[in-house]
Design a protein around this ligand. Sequence first.
Ligand code: HPA
Length: 265
Amino acid sequence: MNADSFIESRISVRPRVAVVLGSGLGAFADALENPVVIPYGEIPGWPKSTAIGHAGKLVAGRVEGCPVAALAGRAHLYEGYTAQQAVFGIRTLLRLGVESVVLTNAAGGINPKFAAGQLVLISDHINLLGQNPLTGPNDDSLGPRFPDMSEAYSIRYREMARAAGREMGLELPEGVYAAVSGPSYETPAEIRYMRTIGADLVGMSTVPETIAANHMGMKVLGISCVTNAAAGVIDQKLNHAEVLEVGERMKGTLIELLRRVIPRL
Ligand code: HPA
């Protein structure tokens, strides 16, 4: 049995929205109504997530009546996975009929306007991973060989997210997300370089999934939780515990935002 038919055999409702939850942000999956939980280890072919702070499970359920599939835990390049493996999950959900994708992540703030604890809508990205999930023979059943990426993060979805944020008294600024493979954090010189080329945020995920979703013609909403100022922006060292701790503090706001925006997508 492949991943698609395995998941279909376990869930009764076809998910309309896929949500990928970043480091320390898995709590949203536990807040779904009528949840069906499938640990990644049970799904044929699914890459296991090894990062601390990533639960490694698919949770299908509902948000305000809207059927969603949440991925708590993702495969990162720093774990040794290829970009193709990193998009296995999102491609599987898209083949199951998902129409919209919400990608969340923890990110470092390059733009000094973004303090730790801030939610930022991703307006565009810069792929510094050195890999692209679409390299190799193109699967024409998924999408074209050379997909357009000029609106990789839907303008309409960003407007919807801003409206949902306003209802909560939350201003949601936008920023350009630069993806690096990690796992070492960036040097201050690398962060200055990224600022020069137009990046506001830096992280180690999301871009492969955005590329795969756009390839398949899906619209993407990207939300970064700024967990720390990027290296050299302020005089403070970076550590993963801090990233998880700030993510933990922000999860309530993120869950509320997702709850409000997902049914509108
Ligand atoms: N750099 C890269 N990835 C990250 C960071 C960072 O500063 N914070 C959270 N994820």
